[in-house]
Design a protein around this ligand. Structure first.
Ligand code: XBP
Length: 253
């Protein structure tokens, strides 16, 4: 089996189920704390996810609601600071669950001696406590966050940085993502990508959307049985994403 030199995981929606009942709830709590009537419903938040980065998401929303650029930027920064602390507390209180099978796959990849890293748009202030709480931070050789880059996914900057930090090439690395903007970022630097969709991103992979992904599945499996949405039908092992699944995606010459 041609093992990858490294597997780089996205966080929100990939390793963890964090958006609908996590970030969205924290954003709404921030609105309330500042006495604002704004609340992001589940469907509306799914649309807002098109904007990567919580502060930028807030700024985009506030501008759409008619606030001027300076007021929107200043208010977005205040709201995001409150939201980030609220989400950090949710993470360390165990309110943000890992996706089923994510821990199993992390264990399998690490047991084979394959380097594991994270490349996320999320803020370091909650990313590290959440990874520590759910998986143990020591298992990640590198954790690159939205605080480490100027440009967020789909820009490839975070993946360029993680390859540089790990000292590996794109062709010997596999990325694991949940959304089209993550696939675009990874594929832009030549990293083959496994997608594990969720209820906010599944629509991006029907038809020819997100077509650059090497393999699209509906879950990690074990527990539960995963299904291939796009890619080789025999890519799973006993209904699960395994290290062998990831090894098939390695493109090193
Ligand atoms: C997901 C994001 C983040 C989170 C909110 O990042 O776009 O912005 O939605 O976290 P990824 P912040 O899928 O790359 O993990 O408020 O800290 O940005």
């Amino acid at each position: 089996m041609d093992l990858p030199a490294a597997v780089v995981f996205d966080v929100d929606g990939t390793l963890v189920s964090s958006e609908r009942e996590g970030h969205r709830v924290a954003f709404n709590a921030a609105f309330a704390e500042l006495g604002l009537d704004d609340r992001w419903g589940e469907d509306h938040y799914g649309e807002l996810l098109a904007v990567a980065g919580g502060r930028r998401r807030l700024e985009h929303y506030l501008r759409e609601r008619g606030r001027g650029p300076d007021e929107a930027a200043e208010l977005a920064a205040r709201l995001h600071e409150i939201k980030t602390e609220r989400f950090r507390r949710m993470a360390t209180a165990g309110e943000i669950p890992a996706r089923p099978g994510a821990g199993r796959l992390l264990d399998e990849v690490a047991a084979a001696g394959v380097t594991v890293a994270v490349a996320t748009t999320g803020s370091r202030a909650w990313v590290e406590p959440l990874l520590e709480y759910l998986f143990g931070l020591e298992r990640f050789a590198a954790v690159l966050t939205g605080d480490d880059v100027e440009r967020r996914k789909p820009d490839p900057e975070v993946y360029e940085q993680v390859l540089d930090v790990l000292g590996v090439s794109a062709g010997e690395t596999v990325a694991v993502e949940d959304a089209a903007k993550g696939v675009a970022a990874a594929e832009a630097v030549g990293i083959p990508c496994l997608v594990v969709v969720n209820d906010y991103t599944r629509h991006e992979f029907t038809g020819d959307g997100g077509s650059d992904a090497a393999l699209v599945v509906d879950r990690f499996g074990r527990p539960g049985r995963a299904s291939v949405i796009r890619g080789p039908a025999d890519a799973l092992e006993n209904g699960a994403v395994t290290l062998a699944t990831l090894a098939r995606l390695v493109t090193r010459p």
